[in-house]
Design a binder for this molecule. Structure first.
Ligand SMILES: [Zn+2]
Length: 227
């Protein structure tokens, strides 16, 4: 009973937090993710859709997965620009086995002190280098289906991880293992304007994101939208 009531308090807190727009969710719990998944996200006009959300058992082509999805998939025509959804530093850029052409980034600390990492996977190429600093909206590659896990459907796989100690390394492979940085739902971190709840924002709307080095302020849409 005690456990249940504390769970209730957590979800009540999550509602308050979501409404106020301040994310104070401890890493590894992600209570607002399910709330936001159900919410009616307003997508910017002309943007390609999320075809396989976090934890989905189905791929972007409809096939059944063996394990729940570790990120989210956005299906778009081959070579559509993949745009950094945040500023930060490139931890790895290049071919990474089953992931194909991949860029892995460190986005900085969010307002709760969690360190956020993002990967852009199955791209046609990588336009940045390991160690580069990138800005929000910068083109890092193009949509494709490279790597054995890319399947036959052109899509961006965006994977997000978080930890509270900042441990990470540069280079190929397990730059941050799932042991040291928990998988989180990328859609938990959609950037939205304070005046408009659950507004997904594309990078080119002339919005001032107030980006600062090392500070994570949420993700803008990572695939270029049709004009
Ligand atoms: Zn995926």
């Amino acid at each position: 009973m005690k456990f249940q009531s504390s769970l209730k308090s957590i979800s009540a807190l999550a509602v308050v937090v979501a409404i106020s727009g301040c994310v104070t969710v401890p890493v590894n719990e992600d209570p607002i993710a399910s709330l936001k998944e159900k919410a009616d996200w307003k997508m910017p006009d002309g943007c390609y859709p999320v075809t396989s959300p976090f934890k989905s058992w189905y791929g972007p082509g409809g096939g059944k997965r063996h394990i729940p999805h570790k990120g989210m998939d956005i299906t778009a025509p081959e070579h559509t620009a993949v745009l950094a959804a945040h500023g930060g530093q490139v931890l790895f850029a290049g071919e990474d086995g089953l992931d194909g052409h991949t860029v892995r980034t460190y986005a900085g600390k969010d307002i709760t002190g969690n360190h956020i990492y993002a990967s852009y996977v199955h791209m046609d190429s990588t336009l940045v280098k390991t160690g580069d600093y990138i800005t929000r909206g910068q083109k890092v590659g193009g949509v494709s289906s490279t790597g054995a896990w890319g399947g036959r459907v052109n899509h961006l796989h965006m994977q997000v991880q978080a930890n509270n100690h900042g441990e990470h390394r540069f280079g190929k492979g397990g730059y941050i293992s799932e042991r040291t940085a928990k998988l989180v739902n990328p859609q938990s971190y959609w950037y939205h304007k304070e005046s408009s709840e659950y507004q997904v924002v594309k990078h080119d709307e002339g919005i001032n994101f107030n980006d600062q080095p090392g500070v994570f302020r949420g993700f803008s849409y990572p695939v270029d939208c049709k004009k």
